[in-house]
Design a protein around this ligand. Structure first.
Ligand code: ZN
Length: 276
């Protein structure tokens, strides 16, 4: 698995084959379920729906590999891509988590994950907490009232090669409340650091981080130059972060995983510190 992009593409071919063989059984979601109005809306908001086909998931869609948007959010978005041409720095969404100076975000992890994934979550939490931000994360044993619930993707999406998915903070200043995670990460070859990277990446979305290379996903994903656009959620440059994302810098918010470990680099720390 050199590049997630490739992995998803291969899995897509497999999935299409799989679905074709199982035509009689209707439980498996298929790519054809994405209605044209959703595709058009996503496209007009600046999302790339050609290289990254949206995948139906719960009450919305996973777009561009790992960003979850509810149907309501997609259809109520009225901010077209405003032709952002910047090619540097890190980015946040318009909505951020309100902290009032200090906020603990509780995280519940479903018991359907193995111990390797659980350890990866702990490491991801530790990485954030080590930064002494205005937000800190704390694992809790009950899903009741947890700010973020980490649950497993369904079988189809795990098979499809989606590693994880999360959305962005709410208008009310709360983190996105769910991370859907592939329960087979260790079997896919991710070690604790690799799993922590996936989890902290999705946590990053939950608190308002967009992809470091959102202006050109080809930096981490390969393939053609591809700008994610404003997406209707905002893409605000974070002051103090330098020009030019590069794969070598290994930001934890690069769009595509290479399967390896990406602890916070200095620019990531600057960006975290600025927002929180
Ligand atoms: Zn992402």
């Amino acid at each position: 698995m050199k590049k997630l992009n490739l992995f998803v593409t291969l899995s897509l071919l497999l999935s299409v084959f799989f679905v074709a063989c199982e035509e009689q059984e209707e439980v498996i979601p298929t790519l054809q379920e994405v209605p044209v109005d959703v595709l058009k809306k996503l496209e007009s908001s600046g999302f790339n729906v050609t290289d990254w086909i949206p995948i139906k998931f719960e009450d919305g869609y996973i777009v561009e590999g790992d960003i979850f948007l509810s149907y309501k959010d997609i259809m109520s978005s009225d901010q077209p891509d405003d032709g952002i041409t910047v090619t540097s720095k890190q980015y946040s969404t318009d909505n951020l988590v309100s902290t009032n100076g200090n906020r603990t975000i509780t995280v519940f992890v479903s018991s359907r994950f193995n111990s390797a994934t659980s350890a990866g979550v702990d490491l991801a939490i530790q990485r954030y907490n080590d930064e002494n931000l205005e937000i800190n994360f704390q694992r809790v044993n009950s899903s009741n009232g947890a700010d973020i619930r980490i649950t497993r993707l369904n079988f189809f999406l795990e098979f499809f090669g989606v590693l994880g998915s999360a959305g962005f903070p709410t208008n009310a200043g709360d983190p996105f409340n769910q991370i859907s995670l592939n329960g087979r990460l260790s079997r896919l070859g991710f070690d604790t650091g690799g799993i922590a990277t996936i989890v902290s990446h999705e946590m990053g979305h939950c608190i308002g981080f967009r992809h470091t290379d959102f202006f050109d996903r080809s930096i981490s994903c390969g393939g053609a130059t591809s700008n994610e656009g404003d997406g209707g959620v905002g893409a605000n440059q974070i002051p103090g972060t330098p020009s030019g994302a590069s794969l070598a810098d290994g930001s934890w918010m690069l769009a595509c995983s290479d399967g390896g470990d990406r602890p916070f680099n200095n620019d990531d720390k600057t960006a975290l510190d600025f927002l929180y």
